[in-house]
Design a protein around this ligand. Structure first.
Ligand SMILES: C[C@H](O)[C@H](O)[C@H]1CNC2=NC(N)=NC(=O)C2=N1
Length: 129
């Protein structure tokens, strides 16, 4: 099976290599199309929307756990109803495949969360129906 970002794990980055080129970044962005390529292709960013502060905080906590597991860390700002995640590899002052692996895995957090939420809503509807 072809390796995809979701089947990979972040590799420790000790610096010393050049950041991805714009072309390389755009190729990887195809697997995380919701993210914006910013700062002359040196950073990727996505803002996620939520129903309230608690949902945003829960998401941020999940992102933090993923980052610790992967050993690669985003910058996150969040508040009532939103969380903005920004990814770049500080050691090389630009983008690395690690940033795209994290983006794909962060997207999966929200898709799992949404599926669970829908199942809960459906479940409640069945019981009250
Ligand atoms: C050894 C380990 O890979 C490095 O310290 C990691 C930790 N997390 C990191 N996160 C990010 N965003 N950039 C880095 O350069 C980085 N370096």
């Amino acid at each position: 099976m072809a390796e995809t970002l979701l089947t990979k794990s972040c590799m420790p980055c000790r610096g010393g290599m050049p950041p991805l080129t714009q072309q390389e970044a755009e190729e990887l962005l195809a697997q995380a199309p919701e993210w914006a390529l910013l700062d002359d292709a040196h950073r990727i960013e996505r803002t996620f929307r939520f129903g309230n502060f608690r949902e945003a905080l829960t998401f941020v906590q999940q992102v933090g756990g993923l980052a610790e597991n992967e050993g690669h860390h985003p910058d996150v700002s969040f508040g009532w109803g939103y969380a903005t995640v920004s990814l770049r590899t500080k050691k090389i002052k630009g983008l690395h495949e690690n940033d795209f692996i994290m983006a794909a895995k962060i997207d999966r957090i929200t898709s799992i969360g949404n599926r669970l939420l829908h199942r809960t809503i459906e479940g409640a509807a069945c019981r009250s129906g």
